[in-house]
Design a protein around this ligand. Structure first.
Ligand SMILES: *[C@@H]1O[C@H](CO)[C@@H](O)[C@H](O)[C@H]1NC(C)=O
Ligand SMILES: *[C@@H]1O[C@H](CO)[C@@H](O)[C@H](O)[C@H]1NC(C)=O
Ligand SMILES: *[C@@H]1O[C@H](CO)[C@@H](O)[C@H](O)[C@H]1NC(C)=O
Ligand SMILES: *[C@@H]1O[C@H](CO)[C@@H](O)[C@H](O)[C@H]1NC(C)=O
Ligand SMILES: *[C@@H]1O[C@H](CO)[C@@H](O)[C@H](O)[C@H]1NC(C)=O
Ligand SMILES: *[C@@H]1O[C@H](CO)[C@@H](O)[C@H](O)[C@H]1NC(C)=O
Ligand SMILES: *[C@@H]1O[C@H](CO)[C@@H](O)[C@H](O)[C@H]1NC(C)=O
Ligand SMILES: *[C@@H]1O[C@H](CO)[C@@H](O)[C@H](O)[C@H]1NC(C)=O
Length: 790
């Protein structure tokens, strides 16, 4: 008997819910009615049962207040209230005599409410058979209707006034506000454009669609209302009574026989589609009759697919994204997320480790860093295999376009004659072994770089660089010597290896891993120190090493880290620096707490002064080559102090060779990869990147889910600058917002610094003067004159 009772209860509940439906059969909902998320039949139906208003379950504890087609199996949603803010189970929506309110189950906190003038008294709610949910007052006026607050869909008989807009959702099943907008503008034109979700910035130059009524202003022939009529025609009504059609369809769709909707898809495609009401006759899908734009993969501007992905069109002109071979999705559940390489990026001369995979008709038009003219396929491919930065090449005619990671805005289109070749690694990589410190062989480079990497990209380029360096210099064993151990310079103290061993308690506490070795904390009687074990000193003449150390030791400036001494004993070469208590700028900028704008701008000035000194003021000119936040240290007063200067020369003879590419991805100037001598301008480039990172408190390159068009800071910063939306760069940070002149000056200087052409970049002296506001900054040009945007 025990189980009969629950079953009875269930039956009763079922009957009750049916009677609830039958009561609301005229589509009217009386004041005082409520719906509870998660409850049986938590919806109100229209008279014809075509539409339902109520809760839709997103997942176990997220419910959406929505309107949907009740009869069709897909239950396609046409309107939603709380997309950004789904409510938990037991959320309640209540129709009161002055509002329609969605509340949390606990605390009665409001998640959403229908906004309107509250002067009148609501008589009833109405789920109209048109799909419009209306609140009607006691004098039979409609006070609020869902048609006046569209989300991503228009239904027949729905109209949109000037200023009205549709916005996309994030994903098919994620109803947060997405990246696209379809808007009826002031000038009576309808436009479809991508928008920055976080800051609401409209990307001005990128319109995916503009109606023919653009630019007509207030004239009598200008548009003022967007109408989606009974027959599925979408048009703009002009002030002179004429109609400007957006739909090109020839035949009217009978509303009696079809459901029709116009929807801005989460992927940015605006489409008009229908679903036959007699779907026993149909194949039960929405059929698209018109979509805009024609090919979203080819549009300039933010794209639907993630980094390193390739966009193709599927039916309904909607984009589909796939990763190239050798790459896989960052979020396997999300086709539109970025792709990451499954291997370590790199290069080699013989072409054994890497090979190129051909992808016909494919291009990534916005990732070029170089173009080689008059090249054939063989030469083009070889140039990529040998170049550590190169992730892919596209041969277009006789032009060989070299592409770096991230590969942006990839698309496949049979209209191209281009062929892309994507670099892949041929042999499977062995697992990375654990290697004892301070040993010099290949795998230790790998370990160092893997651990050092703050981003995946850092690793790729570092491993590439280090492997190359290893191949070239492996044979050059460091000569043991022990004769003369006196100081080269009275400023510098000579340490024995044993002394340093003791000072660091056996290299116990690691402070960091840098471009050329590991740094340990230590302590002498006089002061705390930082000891760097040089990993791969390439000079095998002791005299040269000492001469370089002397140069470093003689270079003093308040924005440079001071060298205290060194050790040069057999295979061991160590540098001893003063210890700085506040760690590196990387930790400071990208840590949990955001440093203040005034601190950040002082740091930027400090780095500029230090670099200026290295380039132009000290007796031996020094090109740093490794400027990045990991190499900027902070003293107890948070003054910026540049470290690792002079090491580039120690490790490689920088005036002669560039075979060992030594910088870090994201900070390395493109001229590193060109057959011309390296100049101080490579540091200016890296400084520009660093400056943007300081302004925005984020890394230049990162590849996380959902980053989208903000993936590369230098590109995004330039876009924001062009769109006059610097507030987005500083994330509306109050202190910086109040200092907008300086923010703008800094951003402009940074854009000047990251110019692809080194001769256009300013010298550090000018950079410093411009940052300080002593010299006027002119409007910077686009940093990428070379790119092949078609
Ligand atoms: C509206 O509802 C409130 C609370 O239920 C009630 O106090 C008020 O009298 C109602 N107003 C009208 C005009 O019915
Ligand atoms: C539904 O909306 C239409 C158009 O606004 C209107 O003419 C009609 O009366 C509404 N239906 C009901 C049952 O009120
Ligand atoms: C929907 O997307 C937004 C933005 O990417 C994200 O914050 C949110 O967690 C997503 N919601 C769900 C339910 O996945
Ligand atoms: C963006 O605009 C929409 C509508 O205008 C608004 O609801 C939303 O809060 C805005 N978001 C931000 C971050 O300003
Ligand atoms: C359109 O008319 C409004 C007011 O009637 C006016 O403020 C506005 O400047 C006009 N715009 C143009 C483009 O003529
Ligand atoms: C629905 O389609 C089927 C198959 O074409 C047809 O036999 C049936 O009569 C149609 N029903 C209505 C109501 O039109
Ligand atoms: C069935 O679907 C295909 C596309 O999948 C479409 O071309 C065709 O017109 C549909 N048929 C009907 C009757 O809707
Ligand atoms: C491609 O160019 C290289 C030199 O630029 C030449 O040696 C080679 O023969 C060319 N290959 C073909 C297939 O034309």
């Amino acid at each position: 008997m025990a189980f009969v009772l629950p079953q009875l209860l269930f039956l009763i509940l079922l009957l009750l819910s049916f009677s609830a439906i039958s009561q609301t059969n005229d589509g009217k909902i009386s004041v005082g009615s409520t719906l509870t998320a998660g409850a049986e039949s938590a919806f109100w139906l229209s008279h014809s049962n075509d539409f339902a208003f109520g809760f839709r379950k997103l997942d176990d504890n997220h419910y959406l207040l929505a309107i949907w087609y009740y009869k069709i199996p897909q239950k396609t949603i046409v309107w939603y209230a709380n997309g950004d803010n789904p409510g938990p189970r037991q959320s309640r929506v209540e129709l009161t005599n002055n509002s329609l309110i969605l509340r949390q189950p606990q605390g009665d906190q409001e998640l959403w409410r229908a906004e309107f003038q509250t002067a009148t008294t609501i008589a009833y709610g109405l789920m109209n058979d048109t799909g419009n949910f209306m609140l009607v007052d006691t004098s039979s006026r409609t006070n609020w209707e869902s048609f006046k607050h569209p989300t991503d869909t228009l239904l027949p008989t729905q109209e949109m006034e000037i200023g009205g807009s549709l916005f996309s959702r994030q994903r098919e099943t994620n109803f947060s506000r997405g990246r696209y907008e379809f808007l009826l503008r002031e000038d009576g034109s309808a436009v479809l454009n991508p928008k920055n979700v976080l800051s609401n910035i409209t990307y001005k130059p990128y319109y995916y669609y503009i109606s023919e009524t653009r630019g007509l202003g207030n004239g009598t022939n200008s548009g003022y209302k967007l109408i989606f009529d009974q027959s599925g025609y979408l048009y703009i009504l002009l002030r002179n009574g004429k109609r400007s059609f957006i739909t090109t369809l020839q035949l009217a769709l009978s509303p009696a026989r079809n459901y029709v909707r116009a929807t801005l898809g989460f992927d940015g495609v605006f489409s008009i589609s229908y679903f036959p009401k007699n779907f026993s006759a149909a194949n039960g899908t929405w059929s698209v009759i018109q979509a805009e734009p024609d090919n979203i993969c080819l549009k300039v501007g933010p794209r639907p697919c993630g980094d390193n992905s390739i966009c193709t069109l599927k039916e309904g002109q909607r984009p589909s994204c796939k990763c190239p071979k050798g790459y896989s999705l960052l979020d396997p559940a999300d086709e539109y997320s970025s792709c990451k390489p499954d291997f370590m990026q790199g290069c080699d001369q013989d072409g054994d480790l890497y090979y190129l995979n051909e992808l016909p008709n494919t291009n990534w038009p916005n990732s070029d860093y170089d173009v080689l003219r008059q090249y054939n396929a063989t030469a083009c491919q070889r140039s990529c295999l040998e170049d550590c930065r190169c992730a892919a090449v596209v041969l277009s005619g006789s032009n060989c376009w070299k592409k770096h990671l991230p590969l942006l805005h990839g698309r496949e289109n049979t209209g191209y004659s281009d062929s892309a070749f994507v670099k892949l690694r041929s042999i499977p990589q062995s697992p990375i072994p654990q290697v004892p410190r301070a040993k010099k062989h290949k795998s230790s480079f790998v370990v160092v770089s893997v651990l050092l990497g703050s981003s995946v990209f850092v690793n790729f380029i570092l491993v590439g660089a280090m492997c190359l360096g290893f191949f070239l210099y492996y044979q050059k064993k460091l000569k043991a010597f022990g004769a003369d151990k006196t100081c080269v310079d009275s400023n510098l103290r000579y340490f024995t290896y044993k002394e340093l061993m003791e000072a660091t308690e056996g290299f116990k506490e690691e402070l960091g891993r840098g471009s050329c070795g590991i740094v340990y904390k230590g302590k002498t009687a006089a002061q705390p120190i930082a000891v760097k074990i040089l990993d791969r000193v390439l000079t095998d003449k002791e005299k040269e090493f000492r001469a370089e150390v002397q140069v470093i030791g003689q270079t003093h400036h308040k924005n440079l880290v001071r060298l205290v001494g060194y050790c040069d004993e057999g295979q061991y070469r160590l540098l001893v620096y003063e210890f700085l208590s506040n760690g590196s700028l990387a930790g400071f900028l990208f840590g949990d707490l955001k440093p203040s704008w005034s601190q950040r701008s002082q740091i930027a000035l400090g780095v500029a002064r230090g670099l200026f000194y290295l380039h132009e003021e000290c007796s031996t000119r020094i090109i740093h080559c490794y400027i990045k936040p990991q190499n900027i240290l902070l003293d107890e007063n948070y003054n910026a102090r540049i470290s690792d200067f002079g090491l580039a020369k120690l490790l490689l003879n920088q005036t002669q060779t560039k075979t060992g590419i030594r910088g870090t991805k994201g900070y390395v100037a493109p001229d590193w990869f060109r057959p011309a001598p390296v100049s101080v301008k490579v540091d200016v480039y890296s400084f520009g990147v660093l400056l943007l990172e300081i302004i925005c408190c984020r890394r230049n390159v990162y590849m996380e889910h959902g980053v989208g068009e903000k993936g590369v800071l230098t590109d995004w910063a330039y876009d924001c600058y062009c769109a006059s939306r610097l507030d987005a760069l500083i994330q509306n940070e109050m202190e910086a917002m109040n200092d907008m002149n300086r923010v703008e000056r800094f951003v402009m200087v940074a854009i000047w610094c990251v110019q692809e052409d080194p001769s256009v970049r300013p010298r550090m002296k000018n950079v410093m003067l411009m940052l300080e506001g002593l010299v006027q900054v002119s409007v910077p040009p686009s940093p990428y004159p070379l790119s092949s945007i078609s």
